[in-house]
Design a binder for this molecule. Structure first.
Ligand code: IPT
Length: 953
């Protein structure tokens, strides 16, 4: 995946040009007023996409995601930083390897994206503990408050992460332009805490404006604390109008109209988190979430927000979701995949949502007057009450922006009418059509490069001055009528190169009428202006275009799957692009006559091109070479769980003998068995309890809390007694409801003859913990809910000895893979998941064999040699139906990449990201299957490709 030096250099040069240095004399800085952010003296519409580096454990692929954001017209990336990801224990922090956030921020800079840095300390994000490390559960002092205990802990984190962020700020030549304090701090109302986060940031060298993301309108932090202690410079609002009910993708704004409120008069309107996907709370599958938040939703809600509220700061959650690998998931809302139905899939593939982001993002990027607008009584009156217009105008240029949509926001019909538009350049009657829940932002009175756009009922995607002429790309719904009026001092000459466009000139107006159909091309020359090539496409045709900057000015490219960067040197245009078989067309200065494509690995290939009547270069790209994937064979298996046997040596395990805890949840029985209290925070935990029996005992009563989807398995004297579901989140979510005192009960009858009276009897319990609750309402009860056993007693007798407990979790933090990758299964403790482990002595058998209760491991290895210079994201697919009888931890080359099973979620395909996956070499796959009942194991397992393009990061 590594590029050769020249390409990298070229990329760096391009990027340097994109994140422009300050104008001579002025220090680079970030300021703002009521209209917009002003970066290095230039107004910007902030178009940001959320990305969680901790959900993509592959530094090489961070670049891919960010390049794809940039290519879609995003100018910023919003990054949560997860405290849990970096800190396995108090005072211990790791920023190496996949945790190298310096590299992450450098990559953002090199890609040409600004950064909104969001280090919490609390981040939510459906991540374990909401980003809090589990060790924080044992720290006194309410989390998300200024109470001592918590205060020292969060300051420790901030003093580690802030200096890293600080050295990547814009004023120091880096990409960071905003710093977000806390996350939806609507319920804490602890001003001293909010103030302290900011004070710590300033003390650590943060100089950019501080923001915060408010959650829920009334009672939100920033409306309560607009000034005084705790107030931030730029508060924004989170909006998720589509809810998270992906099973019903036809829903339309069940959580409101999604209009981001103006919070103060001295700051821009900031959509701090705007819905761009959804968590899959109902297990409908992420494709449904992508539908729920698809292009129709994006057009209607995003454009409404832009024009109705005048927001100029947008951060879309998520741009790319990624994977809850290891024990990263907060267990109650998500499973392994955090695809989120985002514009880029978990496997980094662009979707139709990506196309819509590109259409909108390019518009925001190209049309500068949008960054400073005031509301305007609509100048464009529709001839049909079914349609409504809303307008804004730039006070300096007079440019008007008119939103056209259905009056009834739920309407699904198609309506066509005439707009009577009092535009800055005159009064125009122009046709417009709105199909269902579509919405259009139309522009009038705009200096489009060297042209004057009087009005258009096509939307502007982008325009660029290329080789002494303007190239403009407009678009509209296929079949919809459109009109574009341009002003010329004298009659220009008009040549329709392609498509059916009628042109008429009178009184200084060149009027073009057409229906949007494929791609029309009109060349306008003379008329007292520089030449214009007007391209008018459908939504789909417009999405095939890429705009890319070079040191010699912008280029437009039509056709490829993606264009990451470009150079123009001499007569050669060189594109770093992702391609499949198809046309490629480059709009470049006339001096360019040749085209090179550079793919991953730096391989460069000349594409034969011919000059078109549009003045562009047209060629053909080749299909990628097919990727041959091996079958997964050669499996070996071995059963484990020696801990269940009475004679197992647990002398080196930790004695679980505490009689007190800092937990706000009082123990039901003693000793305290909470795993976190003994330093075991993630994944499976074993308990062994010794007691001397009288022989009259009849049953074991246990209670374990695991988080949703968790379970626990129980053995007595080596005999399996059964399993029970682990308890879930403390309560329903409102503060009034007290925590459930008995969340995960399990009663296990003791079979006759199993006890050994007067002797040592051994209970063995394997608890599959699923991760930690978040702390959304800042009450400590959810976040600090224990994990592992919370109660244990033997019933049916009095006078037996108390149970003496031992506990064992993970054998230590994996230095390479971090604190969240490995838990405490026997095989994990002895390294059965690691590639170097020798499994030659294991029995040869495929996973789809009979399982007995307990833990069985399967291992195999496979060789990959994916085609060089191509991007082929690989996944692992489980055939058959997932059974609730078992759960499977999947380890790729020692990394826990996910969990599969009937109780876990609907997921059957698991992403194996390059970086962890050796694309040219040997890979080891290990499965740890925990069965609660006899069952046939999972399978068959296959490798598959999510996609295949030439190019790649
Ligand atoms: C918003 C959180 O800020 C974010 O971290 C994430 O959890 C997101 O929700 C859902 O994916 S909270 C919003 C739903 C009120």
């Amino acid at each position: 995946m590594r590029r050769l030096l020249p390409v990298l250099l070229a990329l760096l040069l391009t990027c340097a040009a994109l994140v422009a240095p300050a104008r001579a004399g002025s220090a680079p800085e970030v300021t703002y007023d009521r209209y917009s952010l002003i970066v290095n003296g230039r107004r910007i519409v902030l178009q940001s996409a959320e990305f969680h580096y901790f959900r993509l454990p592959s530094q090489e692929l961070w670049r891919d995601v960010m390049e794809k954001f940039k290519a879609a017209g995003f100018n910023a990336v919003s990054l949560y930083f997860s405290w849990a990801y970096h800190s396995p224990a108090p005072g211990v922090y790791d920023f190496s390897g996949v945790r190298d956030v310096d590299r992450l921020l450098r990559t953002a800079r090199e890609t040409g994206l600004y950064v909104i840095a969001r280090p919490g300390p609390y981040i939510n994000a459906e991540s374990t503990g909401g980003g809090f490390p589990a060790w924080l559960k044992t720290v006194p002092g309410r989390a998300r408050s200024f109470e001592p205990g918590y205060r020292e802990a969060y300051r420790e984190w901030l003093h580690r992460i802030n200096p890293i962020i600080a050295r990547h700020q814009l004023p120091r030549g880096g990409p960071v332009i905003l710093y977000n304090a806390e996350n939806e701090y609507q319920v804490g109302t602890d001003a001293a805490y909010m103030q302290d986060i900011q004070d710590q940031a300033r003390a650590d060298g943060i100089t950019v404006p501080i923001t915060t993301n408010d959650c829920c309108d009334a009672g939100s932090w920033s409306s309560t604390w607009a000034s005084g202690p705790g107030a931030v410079q730029i508060p924004g609002v989170d909006d998720y109008p589509q809810s998270f009910e992906c099973a019903n993708p036809a829903l339309w704004g069940p959580w409101g109209e999604g209009l981001t409120e103006r919070l103060r008069d001295d700051i821009p309107v900031f959509a701090a988190e705007y819905q761009a996907g959804a968590i899959d709370v109902g297990n409908a599958g992420y494709d449904k979430c992508r539908e729920l938040t698809g292009p129709a939703f994006m057009k209607f809600f995003y454009k409404n927000n832009l024009i109705q509220t005048g927001a100029t700061m947008f951060s879309y959650y998520m741009g790319y979701g990624g994977t809850n690998w290891g024990w990263l998931a907060q267990p109650n809302d998500v499973y392994t995949s955090y695809d989120y139905g985002a514009a880029l899939t978990e496997a980094r593939r662009p979707t139709p949502k990506y196309d819509e982001f590109k259409r909108q993002g390019y518009f925001l990027e190209a049309v500068a007057p949008l960054a400073r607008t005031d509301a305007l009584a609509t100048p464009a009156v529709p001839g049909d009450a079914a349609l409504t217009t809303v307008a804004r105008a730039n006070p300096d240029t007079g440019t008007q922006f008119v939103l056209v949509r259905h009056t009834d926001r739920a309407a699904t019909g198609t309506d066509t009418t005439t707009l009577d538009w009092a535009a800055p350049d005159g009064r125009y009657q122009v046709p417009v059509r709105v199909k269902g829940r579509d919405a259009h932002v139309l522009v009038a009175g705009y200096d489009l490069g060297g042209q004057r756009l009087a009005v258009s009922t096509s939307e502007i995607m982008t325009h660029a001055a290329i080789g002494g002429r303007d190239v403009a790309l407009l678009y509209g719904t296929a079949g919809a009528p459109g009109a574009t009026v341009l002003r010329y001092p004298s009659a220009p000459s008009v040549k329709v190169l392609e498509g059916a466009v009628r042109a008429a000139y009178s009184g200084g107006d060149l009027r073009l009428d057409y229906a949007h159909d494929r791609l029309a091309r009109v060349l306008v020359t003379g008329g007292g202006r520089r030449p214009l090539l007007l391209l008018i496409g459908t939504d789909e045709e417009a999405a095939r275009f890429w705009r890319v900057s070079t040191a010699a000015g912008p280029l437009l490219v039509r056709g490829p799957e993606l264009v990451r960067s470009a150079t123009l040197r001499g007569d050669v245009v060189s594109l770093a692009a992702d391609t499949v078989a198809g046309e490629i067309e480059v709009f470049a200065p006339p001096s360019a006559t040749r085209l090179d494509l550079t793919a991953g690995q730096g391989a460069s290939e000349r594409v034969r091109v011919a000059r078109t009547p549009s003045g562009s270069l047209l060629g053909v790209t080749r299909a990628p070479a097919p990727a041959r994937l091996p079958e997964l064979t050669g499996w070996r298996a071995r059963a484990e769980a020696p801990e269940a046997a009475p004679g197992f040596d647990d002398s080196r395990w930790t004695a679980a003998d505490h009689t007190t805890t800092t937990s706000p949840h009082p123990p039901k029985t003693l000793p305290v068995l909470y795993a976190d209290d003994y330093g075991y925070h993630y994944g499976n935990v074993w308990y062994r309890g010794h007691f001397t029996a009288t022989g009259a005992e009849t049953g074991i009563d246990l209670n374990a809390i695991t988080g949703l989807r968790g379970t626990y398995l129980v053995w007595l004297n080596g005999r399996y007694l059964g399993a029970a579901a682990g308890g879930v989140q403390a309560d329903s979510g409102d503060q009034a409801t007290p925590p459930n005192p008995d969340p995960g009960p399990g009663h296990f009858a003791i079979p006759p003859g199993l006890l050994r009276p007067g002797a040592d009897n051994v209970l063995a319990v394997l608890v599959a913990n699923m991760g930690h609750n978040d702390d959304w309402i800042a009450d400590d009860l959810r976040f600090k809910q224990p994990r592992g056993l919370v109660a244990a007693s033997v019933s049916g007798t009095v006078g037996g000895t108390p149970i003496a407990w031992k506990i064992q979790g993970t054998a230590g933090t994996d230095a390479l893979r971090g604190p969240l990758s490995t838990g405490g299964l026997y095989g994990e403790r002895v390294g059965w998941h690691l590639p170097k482990y020798q499994d030659k002595a294991w029995r040869k058998t495929a996973p789809a064999t009979a399982l007995t209760p307990g833990v069985t491991w399967y291992r195999t290895s496979f060789r990959l040699d994916l085609p060089k210079g191509q991007d082929v994201p690989i996944g692992l697919r489980f055939g058959g139906d997932p059974s609730p009888a078992y759960r499977v931890l999947i380890f790729l080359n020692g990394w826990n990449v996910g969990q599969y099973g009937g109780d876990i979620g609907p997921q059957r395909e698991f992403s194996l990201p390059a970086g962890i996956l050796a694309e040219h070499g040997t890979n080891t796959l290990a499965l740890a299957v925990t069965a609660e009942q006899p069952a046939t194991g999972p399978g068959p397992l296959t490798l598959f490709a999510y996609g295949n393009v030439r190019g790649g990061p």
